[in-house]
Design a protein around this ligand. Structure first.
Ligand code: HEC
Ligand code: HEC
Length: 409
């Protein structure tokens, strides 16, 4: 059924959207072919005369070939000078109150900008309630983090790791801010980079400009060179198992494409020229504490913002680009390996049999109807994992362009 499922409105099991989003027909890609078509259209045009510009009018973001055009705030246009400054700041532990942690401590390039831990740990040792997310193509996400409808720009999101106190991440406060800024003002290389990015004078070394520069680095942090991208561009072949996995992923038996069906392998994206921006959140049946549908505080998803029962456990679908590198999985890192994620989907949710989180997530009353429809054989699971492994972009994780600059201590 190529038209996909009808919009279900606001009842249990329906994707949870932001207040104000207009209920409407399902506009996401409705068939396997559509995903391939979109991806092909986006990656087309590279070769030969007459090809359209690679990144659809965002020529200033060099690594964005094959992706749609990114929405960039008018007050923070993309420049390479800001990208270079932002790259250094992103990797620099001087950007934390106690000088021990940088963005890269939790977002490591080699792990597709995640940290390999179930739950992140901040600069003062506090455990974050959630799993660190990958950052490639994050600039395309319509809302940021696992389930926060209020964070819609990278600039705004960054206030959380910089200044957050519950938990402390980088731990910058009003009290230590002068010291933190002073560290950069005292470094001739930074004085040079700030001048190149924002104009001369040490007055440019402000937290506002730091945020603009790192957001620019994040916009440049794009991923579109996986084996799957190359396959779509006719430059790589997939094995039989990977091909079967791709067909399953995009079909109605595994249902994955409904929630992971964009060029970024989720359903929560924003780009220039898109029709309407969709911001769905889904309950996948990970928990059902005491049989009430409850997820553990403070990981109740959209419910933390709306306090509406139907939003319980509703999270943004993760982008699956580079997913083979981003274990462990889910908002709380509670699934260790991709094979286990597939077991979870094949079971239609997770039955937690003992302890304080006990409850049968397969029967969570707020679970998306799609999850219950998934049926997979052992071979299907193997093939799906093989397909997911084709989404790894070696360029992203090895490119010097995204790495810690060699001059940094
Ligand atoms: C202590 C570890 C830690 C540090 C340090 C950290 N992050 Fe994160 N990051 C996380 C976690 C955990 C999440 C998921 C947060 C959530 O869902 O509440 C996240 C999410 C994000 C997201 C959302 C991605 C998406 O797809 O929506 C962005 C963007 C981000 N971080 C950027 C940064 C930047 C920039 C810095 C440095 C200024 C930084 N982070 C520092 C742990 C960290
Ligand atoms: C109803 C929407 C929906 C469907 C259908 C769906 N997913 Fe998901 N997926 C999500 C959501 C939401 C999350 C995050 C859940 C959480 O952390 O609570 C997720 C997380 C994942 C993750 C973990 C990624 C990470 O970085 O933590 C993988 C892998 C994944 N899905 C693969 C699949 C595959 C393969 C299929 C098809 C068999 C599928 N999904 C079907 C919504 C969906």
């Amino acid at each position: 059924m190529g038209g996909a499922h009808p919009q279900r409105g606001l009842r249990a099991g329906a994707p949870r959207r932001l207040a104000g989003a207009v209920a409407r027909g399902h506009r996401r890609l409705g068939s396997a072919g559509a995903l391939a078509l979109l991806l092909t259209a986006c990656s087309a045009g590279g070769s030969g005369g007459g090809g359209v510009a690679h990144n659809h009018g965002t020529p200033s973001i060099p690594a964005a070939d094959g992706l749609p055009r990114m929405v960039v705030p008018a007050d923070n246009p993309y420049t390479e000078a800001k990208f270079e400054l932002g790259r250094a700041l992103f990797h620099d532990t001087r950007l934390s109150g106690n000088g021990t942690q940088s963005c890269a401590s939790c977002h490591e390039q080699a792990r597709a900008f995640t940290d390999g831990r179930p739950l992140a740990i901040g600069s003062t040792g506090q455990t974050h309630p959630r799993n660190a997310q990958p950052l490639a193509n994050a600039a395309f996400h319509a809302t940021l983090t696992w389930a926060n409808p209020t964070l819609v720009t990278l600039e705004h999101q960054m206030e959380v790791p910089l200044f957050g106190t519950d938990p402390v991440e980088l731990g910058i406060t009003d009290a230590n801010m002068p010291e933190v800024l002073g560290r950069f003002a005292a470094d001739a290389k930074y004085v040079e980079l700030f001048a190149a990015a924002f104009g001369g004078g040490s007055g440019q070394i402000t937290i506002g400009n730091i945020i603009k520069a790192i957001a620019t680095f994040e916009r440049g942090l794009t991923s579109a060179d996986s084996r799957y991208d190359r396959y779509l561009a006719g430059k790589a072949v997939l094995t039989e198992s990977e091909t079967r996995g791709m067909q399953l992923f995009m079909g109605e038996k595994a249902e994955c494409f409904h929630c992971h069906g964009s060029f970024n392998f989720n359903d929560h994206i924003r780009y220039v020229g898109q029709g309407r921006v969709e911001t769905p959140f889904h309950n996948t049946g990970l928990y059902n504490m005491g049989g009430t549908g409850a997820f553990p505080y403070p990981n109740r998803g959209l419910f933390e913002f709306t306090a509406q029962a139907a939003d319980m456990g509703a999270f943004r679908a993760a982008s699956l680009r580079n997913v083979a590198l981003t274990a462990p999985y889910m908002h709380d890192g509670s699934i260790a390996a991709l094979e286990e994620v597939l077991d979870f989907y094949a079971a239609g949710g997770r039955n937690v049999t003992n302890g304080p989180l006990a409850g049968d997530g397969r029967r969570n009353p707020y679970k998306s109807d799609l999850i219950g429809n998934i049926s997979l054989t052992a071979q299907d699971k193997t093939d799906l994992v093989a397909f997911l492994r084709t989404l790894t972009d070696d360029t992203l994780v090895t490119s010097a362009r995204f790495a810690k600059p060699s001059w940094l201590p």
